[in-house]
Design a protein around this ligand. Structure first.
Ligand SMILES: [Zn+2]
Length: 211
């Protein structure tokens, strides 16, 4: 998960890491990314090392936005993390099932819900955009629009409001995970995993962990 590893994370290396260690490694990886000091990834070596098994440290729930690729902005490599991507990083049944697989069966120790600034899905939810299957997806973000307390213009043109809703959406998604996934809630109560949120700023490259 960082440059001391020649290739990909091994089972023994992951076992030694606590959820807090993994979050610290994610923060350090984002710092390397922001400084332009990424690890010299040998993707071919990582591909070969992970071909027979994977021991990812985390499962990330992030948006499909092309400017917010979680692995890249945390300087992670092949085999380091699972990543579920859906516009607006909301948790539906299939996403919850994927995260339960990642943690309970495959041993990931951190669930990271990553929102980002200038999110098109958030803007669409604020504007009540209607389009095919997108309408239903945006309806899952609407509660965050309604729950966001904000002094000022509540429109998709106001970046401050858009980012405040994105942040609230991360918080509500985490609440949703706790409420709808007994598997993950129990793992967290037992100290086996941590469920955390973060906001990625697409202008500065900073990944800010929440809470
Ligand atoms: Zn987005």
């Amino acid at each position: 998960m960082h440059r001391v590893y020649a290739a990909a994370l091994t089972k023994a290396q992951r076992e030694k890491l606590t959820p807090d260690d993994i979050i610290a490694l994610m923060k350090k990886g984002n710092q390397r990314f922001r400084l332009g000091e990424e690890s010299p990834h040998d993707y071919l070596a990582q591909q070969k090392a992970t071909a027979k098994g994977q021991y990812p440290a985390a499962v990330i729930l992030s948006c499909i936005d092309s400017r917010a690729p979680a692995e890249t902005i945390m300087d992670l490599g092949i085999g380091d993390c699972f990543n579920a991507r859906v516009a607006g990083n909301i948790a539906n049944d299939d996403i919850l099932g994927s995260m339960e697989f990642a943690c309970k069966l495959a041993g990931a120790k951190v669930v990271l819900v990553m929102g980002h600034t200038s999110c098109g899905a958030i803007k669409g939810a604020i504007d009540n955009a209607q389009l095919g299957n997108l309408t239903g997806l945006l309806a899952k973000i609407r509660p965050a629009v309604q729950a966001t307390e904000y002094q000022g213009e509540r429109s998709a043109k106001n970046y401050g409001f858009v980012d405040a809703v994105a942040r609230k959406n991360v918080e509500l998604t985490i609440t949703d995970i706790h409420r709808r996934s007994t598997v993950l809630a129990n793992l967290e109560s037992a100290g086996a995993i941590r469920i955390v949120g973060a906001m990625y700023n697409i202008e500065t490259g900073l990944l800010e962990f929440l809470g």
